[in-house]
Each structure stands twice: as C-alpha cells, then as structure tokens.
Design a protein around this ligand. Structure first.
Ligand code: DON
Length: 331
C-alpha cells in the first residue's frame, strides 16, 4: 500500500523524502500496464515500458532521484518549450506572439482541424505540432544545424553540458512522420512558415530527437521555477517575462487535450513528450505548514508507457500523488 499523508512538520530530511518517493515509485509501477509505448514513430517502440523514474531538484540543490533515472530518452514534444523560449530570446516576444497564439486547443497534438476550419491567422499555441513547426521555422539560421544552435546554447547553459541528437530516432521520425509533413505543407500553403519547409521539418525532427535524462528535465524545471535564473550563479538564463509565458503555456497547453484535467488534479506547469518524459515544476509557495520544496523545484519524470492522449500514464499518476501529498498545486 502506498504511504498516505505524512506529517510534513516532522523532519523534512532528504532521507525522509527519499523513502516516500521510493515507495510511491514502486506503487505507481503497477500502473504501467494500463499504458502503451508510442509506436507511430517506429523506433520509440523499442523503449522498455516497465521503466519509471523521477528526479526532483529543489532551488537549494536538494535532489531526490528514484526509480529508473539516468536512462537517456528523446525529449520529443518537451523540446517545444525550449524552442519557443529560444525563439523568443532571438526574435523577441512580440514577434513570436504575432506568429503563434497562446490558446489551448482541446484537440490532439498533431491535429490541424481548427487551423483549417477556423481559417486562423496563426496556430493555436507553440506546443501543438503546427505551432511548434512554425516556431522552428522562425529560428535564425540557413540550415537545420544553424537553427538548432540557439536551442543547444540554451540547453547547455541550463544543463552544464551540450546534449546530442539521437540520430536513429531522428531518422525514424524523418522517414515515418507523414502527418508532420502534411502539417508542414499546410503551413507552407497558408504562409505561416518563415523558412524553407524541408529545413524547418529537419529542425523540428532533430529538436525532438535530442537525448536527455530525468535529471536534465528536473534542472530545466528548477530554472523555470526560479523565473529563468540559475539560483547557484544568479545568472539570468531565460528572461523573466519569457519564463513566465512558457510556464503559463505549460499549465494551459502542456499536456495537450488532457491539460485541463492535469491543471485540475495536479495543478502545476508541465510538458509531456511521446517518449514518456514529463518536465514539471513547482513555483515557490507560501503555506502555514512546513512542506517539502516550498522554495520551488523542478521535476523530471520518465515512463514510456503512455495513456491515450500520449502522456506517461504512470508518470501522471505519480505526479498527481506527489502534488497532493506535498500540496504543490498553484491554485
Ligand atoms: O512530432 C511528433 O509527433 C513527435 N516528434 C513529438 C510528439 C510529442 O511528443 C507529443 N507528445 N505528447
């Protein structure tokens, strides 16, 4: 049986929290069988569905790791947060918000139904594929590698190392993703793209194939939680205004057509990807009782068995449990 509510007023030591998180991970492993690994990108089927891991990093550096951490996986849709931030830094917020809106769709991440039916002036938001491909087209550069540079520079500043593209995953998506090509052609026809279609798609497929770990996601989350500043060095990595827009988008659009439920039952900004990763964060919060990570934290989850919306099934349930136990909701 999973451990229930604790009296967090007792010692909030790392060991104490570690024991709880270990217990919750082993409980939520049982939920893995309710989900399935993504298969529409063929190589993603090779992931081990039984993996479930989490890293939590507090602003003060306290780190809890539990389960299958340290396993590299591709960032997939979580890259949409990074590319949007990189594009806002390069081009300015006004320029980007002229080209992508900030409204949830209630539709699947790869749908273009509304875009066509409503004859929109811009894609709904940068986290659906149509919006993310538009964002990739705005990144500065003449080749996909030049365009990706601003994403890598940002990641390197946050992670302290430069992650790499998993070429097998890139090629698997490049050779199979007819839906994204269809979206790309639609965007081209309607004049949304700022760059050549093939270079834009190459950029998008490569950014989705960047390999990271739960530690990396937790670190990105922690910096976003701290409004874009690295708490250790006080360096502003992401301007505060851009960090805030990114967090608002994560809360309203980060879990696709499950974003409303996630906001209701978990209540923290998060972004998922079809490889099973979730980037989440808890902003600093004030409560009467003593609770873990009140100064804010970043959370990285990996669990490749997905629900029918494309979100990690055990990962979401685990986050819901942690958010309830530690009163993380921003509402
Ligand atoms: O474009 C795609 O379909 C993938 N590269 C990324 C989709 C994704 O991660 C959506 N996640 N829920």
């Amino acid at each position: 049986m999973v451990q229930g509510s604790a009296n967090w007023n007792t010692e909030l030591t790392k060991e104490w929290l570690q024991n709880y998180v270990d217990d919750w991970i082993s409980f939520y492993r049982k939920h893995i069988t309710d989900g399935e690994v993504a298969s529409y990108i063929p190589i993603l089927q090779e992931a081990n569905p039984n993996h479930l891991g989490i890293t939590i990093i507090g602003k003060n550096g306290m780190t809890i790791r539990s389960g299958d951490v340290g396993i590299p996986f591709t960032i997939q849709s979580i890259s949409k947060v990074i590319s949007f931030i990189a594009a806002c830094i390069e081009r300015g917020v006004a320029y980007m918000l002229d080209r992508v809106d900030v409204e949830p769709t209630g539709e699947a991440f790869n749908s273009i139904m509304h875009l066509e039916m409503k004859q929109l002036k811009k894609p709904f938001n940068p986290f659906i594929n149509a919006g993310a491909i538009t964002v990739s087209s705005t990144l500065i550069g003449n080749t996909s590698d030049e365009k990706l540079e601003s994403i890598f520079v940002l990641l390197e500043k946050m992670l302290g190392y430069r992650p790499a593209v998993n070429v097998d995953v890139y090629e698997s998506e490049r050779d199979s993703s007819m839906r994204n090509r269809a979206i790309g052609y639609y965007l081209l026809e309607t004049g949304f793209l700022e760059s050549d279609l093939n270079i834009t798609l190459e950029t998008y497929f490569k950014q989705c194939s960047i390999e990271i770990t739960t530690d990396d996601l937790a670190r990105i989350g922690m910096i976003l939680s701290n409004d874009g500043e690295d708490p250790e060095t006080q360096e502003e990595i992401i301007p505060r205004q851009i960090a805030r827009i990114a967090k608002a988008l994560m809360l309203t659009c980060g879990m696709y057509d499950a974003s409303g439920k996630f906001a209701t039952y978990v209540g923290i900004p998060a972004k998922s990807g079809v490889s099973g990763g979730i980037l989440a964060l808890s902003p600093p919060r004030v409560r009467d009782e003593e609770l873990p990570f009140t100064e804010g934290c970043g959370i990285g989850v990996y669990g490749p068995a997905l629900d029918d919306k494309g979100n990690s099934i055990a990962g979401i349930r685990l986050l819901r449990h942690i958010a309830t136990q530690w009163d993380l909701s921003v509402f």
